[in-house]
Design a protein around this ligand. Structure first.
Ligand code: UTP
Length: 275
């Protein structure tokens, strides 16, 4: 089945950006002439996604509003001959946007669960807003190609080859066999959350892009109970090892973590150089 739908969970509290994030979602911070979230939506569109679902929390409605059609503004821009601006606004006309709420923040998997009824095809792409890719091909386009090699089934996780000293900040995969079609595509034997550098089974860390089948969403409700109530996507994936093909793809290009003020500052600098 073609990749058509993407869920973007953006309901988190964004505590690392307080007090800014008290009123303005961190996803609307500017990077170039667009907010961070628009870069994610562009990555989805580049990969052929036509349906995007934002999972937001109360107070983050501006994220959805940014992508809504504003016919009055468009008419005014047309009348004033500001065709470049008009074109910019119209770029989202081909995408169907949908918004659901996560009323309480019980984890990223719990956020995905709020979009369960919206999902109608598989795989569905999951993009966490803090990770951005700079390079020729977006992270999602790379995953889409690799997924074809997997026969369009199972789970695919975006990976980054990290410095071993940073392992405690990542989920790290225990690597299995490389796919014969692409050595960057690797079977996942296990996922280890935030290991010490010595205990990390590899230096391949999980970053914020996934292609998941409906079966992953189906098992999310059963996940929280063993993990202090939080429902986390990686725990659901870990529980599927052995029953579903799970691969990781070591993405090309540079990934930037915009989820901290320092990372965001770095992203602004890198974006300025690359764009
Ligand atoms: P983080 O754990 O980085 O949390 O979530 P956060 O709220 O964005 O930021 P801090 O840590 O408080 O500064 C990773 C991604 O998962 C989403 C977040 O919006 C972010 O995109 N998320 C997390 C949810 O949508 N709901 C949750 O309950 C947790």
């Amino acid at each position: 089945m073609p990749l058509k739908q993407a869920i973007l969970p953006v309901a988190g509290l964004g505590t690392r950006f307080l007090p800014w994030s008290k009123t303005v979602p961190k996803e609307l911070l500017p990077l170039g002439n667009q907010p961070i979230i628009a870069h994610l939506v562009s990555e989805c569109m580049d990969a052929g996604i036509t349906d995007v679902c934002f999972v937001i929390s109360k107070g983050k409605e501006l994220i959805s509003e940014y992508f809504e059609n504003d016919s009055k503004l468009e008419a005014e821009l047309g009348a004033r001959g500001k065709l470049n601006c008009l074109e910019d606004l119209k770029r989202y006309d081909s995408v169907n946007f949908h918004t659901v709420y996560q009323d309480e923040q019980h984890g990223d998997g719990h956020a995905i669960l709020q979009a369960a009824d919206w999902v109608e095809s598989e795989p569905v792409a999951i993009l966490f807003g803090d990770d951005l890719f700079v390079g020729d091909a977006g992270g999602l386009t790379q995953l889409k190609k690799a997924y074809e090699l997997m026969g369009d089934e199972g789970v695919l996780i975006a990976l980054e080859n990290i410095d071993r000293s940073l392992a405690p900040r990542y989920g790290i995969i225990d690597v299995g066999a490389e796919h014969e079609g692409d050595s960057r595509l690797k079977e996942v034997n296990d996922l280890v959350e935030k290991p010490s550098p010595e205990e990390a089974p590899s230096t391949l860390g999980i970053v914020g892009r996934f292609l998941i089948p409906k079966s992953t969403i189906d098992i999310l409700p059963s996940i929280g109970k063993e993990h202090s109530g939080e429902i986390r996507l990686v725990d659901a994936l870990k529980s599927q090892i052995g029953s579903v093909p799970i691969f990781g793809y070591e993405c090309k290009g540079m990934r930037i973590d915009t989820g901290t003020p320092e990372g965001y500052r770095e992203a602004v600098e890198i974006w300025g150089i690359n764009n």
